[in-house]
Design a protein around this ligand. Structure first.
Ligand code: FES
Length: 130
């Protein structure tokens, strides 16, 4: 067996036209990912909230910020950064690009910055909105 790890090929996600503008669309199950077309940019990110696993594509999109439908953790889609009110680890994001009208993503997520890898609070630590 070779001591070198083989590079995995990019993953084709299909034609760009199958992803509506400004509506996160869930694809796949391992891992579940969400695709979001926003202007000229396409974002690919994990579709599972790092806090307790809610489906993020069912959340509320405000510009480039997506708020989880369960406990309102908000993430910056472009970077995956947690914006509060919970201090979650960042979302895993993937590099996406277009080739001949087809959308591709990198086989592995972008590396997260170490400073953003703090654990999410437990449900008991969630601040009371009232
Ligand atoms: S599951 Fe998303 S904020 Fe709790």
């Amino acid at each position: 067996m070779s001591p070198f790890r083989r590079e995995r090929p990019p993953v084709c996600l299909g034609p760009l036209t199958s992803f509506p503008e400004d509506v996160p669309k869930r694809i796949g199950n391992s891992p579940p990912l969400a695709i979001l077309r926003h202007g000229d940019t396409v974002h690919v990110f994990e579709d599972r909230c790092p806090h307790a696993g809610a489906i993020l594509s069912r959340g509320t999109l405000t510009g480039e910020h997506l708020t989880c439908p369960a406990h309102a953790a908000t993430f910056e889609i472009a970077t995956g950064r947690s914006l509060g009110p919970l201090d979650c680890r960042p979302l895993r994001t993937y590099t996406a690009w277009l080739e001949d009208g087809l959308l591709y993503r990198s086989p592995t997520p972008r590396p997260a910055r170490k400073a953003h890898r703090t654990p999410c609070p437990t449900p008991q630590q969630i601040p009371d909105p009232g």
